[in-house]
Write a protein that binds this ligand. Structure first.
Ligand SMILES: Nc1nc2c([nH]c(=O)n2[C@H]2C[C@H](O)[C@@H](COP(=O)(O)OP(=O)(O)OP(=O)(O)O)O2)c(=O)[nH]1
Length: 133
Protein backbone atom coordinates (compact mmCIF):
# COMPACT_ATOMS: atom_id res chain seq x y z
CA UNK A 1 0.00 0.00 0.00
CA UNK A 2 1.33 3.41 -0.89
CA UNK A 3 1.83 5.94 1.85
CA UNK A 4 -0.48 8.88 1.57
CA UNK A 5 -0.13 12.11 3.51
CA UNK A 6 -3.06 14.49 3.76
CA UNK A 7 -2.45 18.21 3.36
CA UNK A 8 -5.38 20.20 4.69
CA UNK A 9 -6.27 23.47 3.01
CA UNK A 10 -8.56 26.03 4.58
CA UNK A 11 -11.25 27.79 2.63
CA UNK A 12 -11.35 30.53 5.26
CA UNK A 13 -14.55 32.46 4.66
CA UNK A 14 -15.48 35.83 6.09
CA UNK A 15 -18.23 38.19 4.94
CA UNK A 16 -18.57 36.37 1.63
CA UNK A 17 -14.86 36.47 0.90
CA UNK A 18 -12.24 33.73 0.65
CA UNK A 19 -8.70 34.13 1.98
CA UNK A 20 -5.91 33.41 -0.50
CA UNK A 21 -2.27 33.23 0.58
CA UNK A 22 0.82 33.72 -1.59
CA UNK A 23 3.59 31.21 -0.90
CA UNK A 24 7.09 32.50 -0.24
CA UNK A 25 8.78 29.06 -0.42
CA UNK A 26 9.91 26.63 -1.76
CA UNK A 27 11.19 28.27 -4.98
CA UNK A 28 9.01 26.15 -7.27
CA UNK A 29 5.84 27.28 -5.45
CA UNK A 30 6.86 30.82 -4.42
CA UNK A 31 4.70 33.57 -5.86
CA UNK A 32 1.72 31.28 -6.44
CA UNK A 33 -1.47 31.46 -4.36
CA UNK A 34 -2.90 28.68 -2.22
CA UNK A 35 -5.34 27.84 0.50
CA UNK A 36 -3.42 28.19 3.79
CA UNK A 37 -2.87 24.94 5.67
CA UNK A 38 -0.38 22.12 5.84
CA UNK A 39 0.33 18.50 6.56
CA UNK A 40 -1.73 16.51 9.02
CA UNK A 41 0.61 15.08 11.65
CA UNK A 42 0.38 11.47 12.88
CA UNK A 43 -2.42 11.11 15.44
CA UNK A 44 -3.94 14.48 14.56
CA UNK A 45 -7.40 15.00 13.12
CA UNK A 46 -7.56 17.02 9.90
CA UNK A 47 -9.67 19.66 11.68
CA UNK A 48 -7.09 20.02 14.47
CA UNK A 49 -4.29 20.21 11.89
CA UNK A 50 -6.13 22.94 10.04
CA UNK A 51 -6.68 25.01 13.17
CA UNK A 52 -3.03 24.52 14.22
CA UNK A 53 -1.66 25.49 10.80
CA UNK A 54 -3.81 28.61 10.63
CA UNK A 55 -2.61 29.63 14.09
CA UNK A 56 1.05 29.10 13.12
CA UNK A 57 0.92 30.58 9.63
CA UNK A 58 -1.57 33.40 10.05
CA UNK A 59 -1.84 34.02 13.80
CA UNK A 60 -5.59 33.46 13.77
CA UNK A 61 -7.99 31.46 15.90
CA UNK A 62 -10.09 29.62 13.37
CA UNK A 63 -12.65 26.86 13.44
CA UNK A 64 -12.96 24.15 10.79
CA UNK A 65 -16.59 24.07 9.66
CA UNK A 66 -17.13 21.39 7.02
CA UNK A 67 -15.24 19.27 4.56
CA UNK A 68 -15.46 20.28 0.93
CA UNK A 69 -16.20 17.08 -0.96
CA UNK A 70 -13.29 15.83 -2.98
CA UNK A 71 -9.60 15.10 -2.75
CA UNK A 72 -6.95 16.46 -5.07
CA UNK A 73 -3.54 14.90 -5.82
CA UNK A 74 -0.42 16.92 -5.08
CA UNK A 75 3.16 15.86 -5.48
CA UNK A 76 3.20 12.22 -4.24
CA UNK A 77 2.63 11.16 -1.47
CA UNK A 78 0.52 14.25 -0.72
CA UNK A 79 -3.19 14.72 -1.34
CA UNK A 80 -5.13 17.91 -0.69
CA UNK A 81 -8.37 17.93 1.29
CA UNK A 82 -10.23 21.16 1.98
CA UNK A 83 -12.38 22.34 4.87
CA UNK A 84 -14.31 25.53 5.05
CA UNK A 85 -13.32 27.49 8.13
CA UNK A 86 -14.25 30.68 9.92
CA UNK A 87 -12.52 33.02 12.31
CA UNK A 88 -13.55 32.70 15.94
CA UNK A 89 -15.09 35.90 17.35
CA UNK A 90 -12.00 37.12 19.22
CA UNK A 91 -9.48 36.11 16.54
CA UNK A 92 -6.86 38.58 15.38
CA UNK A 93 -6.87 39.40 11.66
CA UNK A 94 -4.70 37.07 9.55
CA UNK A 95 -1.12 38.07 8.89
CA UNK A 96 1.48 36.33 6.68
CA UNK A 97 3.68 35.11 9.57
CA UNK A 98 5.35 32.13 7.88
CA UNK A 99 5.29 30.43 4.47
CA UNK A 100 3.47 33.39 2.87
CA UNK A 101 4.34 36.94 1.86
CA UNK A 102 0.88 38.26 0.95
CA UNK A 103 -2.75 37.62 1.78
CA UNK A 104 -5.92 38.66 -0.04
CA UNK A 105 -9.60 38.38 0.83
CA UNK A 106 -11.33 37.62 -2.47
CA UNK A 107 -14.96 38.17 -3.33
CA UNK A 108 -16.50 35.73 -5.78
CA UNK A 109 -15.86 38.24 -8.58
CA UNK A 110 -12.17 38.45 -7.68
CA UNK A 111 -11.58 34.76 -7.20
CA UNK A 112 -9.56 34.23 -10.37
CA UNK A 113 -7.54 37.45 -10.07
CA UNK A 114 -4.73 35.57 -8.33
CA UNK A 115 -2.39 32.95 -9.78
CA UNK A 116 -3.50 29.86 -7.85
CA UNK A 117 -1.25 26.81 -7.77
CA UNK A 118 -2.42 24.62 -10.66
CA UNK A 119 -3.29 21.76 -8.31
CA UNK A 120 -5.45 24.09 -6.18
CA UNK A 121 -7.72 25.27 -9.00
CA UNK A 122 -10.32 22.45 -8.75
CA UNK A 123 -10.34 22.73 -4.95
CA UNK A 124 -10.84 26.49 -5.11
CA UNK A 125 -13.66 26.02 -7.59
CA UNK A 126 -15.43 23.66 -5.17
CA UNK A 127 -14.77 25.90 -2.16
CA UNK A 128 -16.00 28.95 -4.05
CA UNK A 129 -19.45 27.42 -4.26
CA UNK A 130 -19.67 28.21 -0.49
CA UNK A 131 -18.98 31.91 -0.99
CA UNK A 132 -21.93 34.02 -0.09
CA UNK A 133 -23.77 30.93 1.14
N1 LIG B 1 -0.85 24.36 2.62
C1 LIG B 1 -1.02 24.06 1.34
N2 LIG B 1 -0.10 23.32 0.72
C2 LIG B 1 -0.30 23.06 -0.56
C3 LIG B 1 -1.42 23.52 -1.28
N3 LIG B 1 -1.33 23.12 -2.57
C4 LIG B 1 -0.17 22.43 -2.67
O1 LIG B 1 0.29 21.90 -3.67
N4 LIG B 1 0.46 22.37 -1.44
C5 LIG B 1 1.71 21.66 -1.16
C6 LIG B 1 2.85 22.53 -0.75
C7 LIG B 1 3.66 21.62 0.11
O2 LIG B 1 4.46 20.78 -0.73
C8 LIG B 1 2.62 20.75 0.79
C9 LIG B 1 2.19 21.27 2.14
O3 LIG B 1 3.24 21.83 2.73
P1 LIG B 1 3.21 23.02 3.77
O4 LIG B 1 4.56 23.60 3.75
O5 LIG B 1 2.07 23.95 3.56
O6 LIG B 1 2.88 22.16 5.06
P2 LIG B 1 3.56 22.20 6.50
O7 LIG B 1 3.48 23.60 7.02
O8 LIG B 1 2.90 21.13 7.27
O9 LIG B 1 5.03 21.79 6.09
P3 LIG B 1 6.37 21.70 6.90
O10 LIG B 1 6.96 23.07 6.78
O11 LIG B 1 6.01 21.28 8.29
O12 LIG B 1 7.12 20.67 6.12
O13 LIG B 1 1.50 20.76 -0.08
C10 LIG B 1 -2.38 24.30 -0.60
O14 LIG B 1 -3.40 24.75 -1.14
N5 LIG B 1 -2.15 24.54 0.70
Amino acid sequence: MTERIVVVGAALLDEGRLLAARRSAPPELAGRWELPGGKVEPGETPEAALERELREELGVEAEAVERVAGEWPLKPPYVLQVWTARLRPASPDPEPLEDHDALRWLTSGELWDVDWLDQDVPAVREAAARLGA
